[in-house]
Design a protein around this ligand. Structure first.
Ligand code: NAD
Length: 340
């Protein structure tokens, strides 16, 4: 039986225990030793909250970020902070990364003082990258991680991006879409369930990243379609409220119309109802569409809607709306009006 299978068996028992709220906040005694020490690199909007949930779940967490202020929020609470990704590996059995883009991921794994500097002496047996990046980069980094394996110690990597934004990171209700070895996935499932409520195994390395960019491609394009429909509707004299009722009981119903409506005044509690503050930024949407467009090009596919959506969201960012929620495209690209 491989070491992963032993871990998987232990962890399937742990999964049952960790589903109770008692286990979530109890001491760490239920966590097997090889899953006890977790390194976390990238303490931004998402990562800081995810690391906090691991700490609440009882793991021994060591963290690193290039931003000293992000580190201070942890060191002030007595959490172990490290000066480089490499130092994080020395204190960790598993390392999780949550970084802005492929470039940052390559830097943190393969750069000077990076996670893989220890080579075959590397302590962690598993690296999990939850950043939204392209599948090609996920596969490249995973190969470099595999090179750290030795005959008696397999070192693995999972690409495990998330859906759900900052609120879901805060409340540990993220969904993880995971690519890589299924054994490693099963072994890490308790970790995912400390930071989220759902995990989906997608297949071999790169498929988690592929799932994420495909989801966001569809989300970006559907937001544009819904926004265009509402702007045209307004100009043809149909109030957005009425059109929403029609769409939501007709064939065009989708998340952008029934849960995240872009027209101010139609729904409460969405970014459109608070001047497009909070939510998922236009900057991140433009980034994800760029990743999707590059993947489509590499695969030799025609994806004109992806390209067009990337152009629109990039323009929105260049016009000063990069940090606004991406549904602001209704107002700031199409010049849609409030519903009164
Ligand atoms: P963020 O910009 O808030 O945080 C990124 C963190 O990484 C920052 O603290 C930054 O200092 C740190 N960092 C950058 N380079 C580093 C390096 N070389 N070494 C160490 N730390 C470094 O980003 P975020 O909103 O937390 O998003 C992280 C990832 O999650 C992105 O890939 C994003 O696309 C994805 N994501 C974000 C959301 C969201 O709503 N914010 C939702 C789903 C997925």
């Amino acid at each position: 039986m491989t070491i992963y299978r032993v871990r998987s068996k232990l962890l399937s028992i742990c999964n049952v225990i960790s589903s109770s709220s008692f286990a979530r906040f109890s001491t760490s005694s239920h966590i097997p030793p090889l899953l006890q020490r977790i390194g976390f690199v990238g303490l931004g909007n998402m990562g800081a909250r995810m690391a906090n949930n691991l700490i609440k779940a009882g793991y021994d967490v060591a963290v690193h970020d290039v931003n000293p202020n992000a580190m201070k929020l942890f060191s002030d609470r007595g959490i172990l902070t490290k000066e480089s990704p490499f130092e994080v590996t020395e204190a960790s059995d598993v390392v999780i990364t949550m970084l802005p883009s492929p470039k940052h991921v390559l830097d943190v794994y393969e750069g000077p003082n990076g996670l893989l500097q220890g080579g075959k002496q590397s302590r962690p047996w598993l690296f999990i990258d939850s950043s939204t990046i392209d599948p090609q980069t996920s596969r490249k980094v995973s190969e470099a991680v595999s090179d750290c394996s030795m005959e008696d110690k397999k070192v693995s990597m999972l690409d495990a991006p998330v859906s759900g934004g900052v609120m879901a990171a805060e409340t540990a209700t993220l969904t993880f879409m995971v690519g890589g070895s299924e054994e490693a996935y099963l072994a890490a499932k308790t970790l995912f369930l400390s930071m989220g409520k759902n995990t989906v195994y997608c297949g071999p390395t790169g498929t988690g990243s592929a799932a994420k960019i495909c989801n966001n491609l569809a989300m970006g394009v559907s937001m544009l379609g819904v926004s265009e429909a509402f702007v045209l509707g307004q100009s043809l004299g149909i109030p957005a409220d009425t059109l929403t009722k029609i769409i939501n009981s007709s064939s065009a119903r989708c998340w952008s119309s029934d849960s995240y409506n872009p027209v101010p005044g139609v729904m409460e509690g969405v970014p459109a109802s608070r001047k497009y503050d909070g939510g998922f930024s236009s900057k991140l949407m433009a980034k994800d569409l760029k990743l999707a467009a590059a993947s489509a090009q590499e695969s030799g596919l025609k994806c004109p809607l992806t390209q067009q959506a990337e152009t629109i969201f990039t323009e929105l960012c260049d016009d000063g709306h990069a940090m606004k929620d991406f549904s602001c495209v209704f107002r700031h690209y199409y010049s849609g009006k409030d519903e009164l």
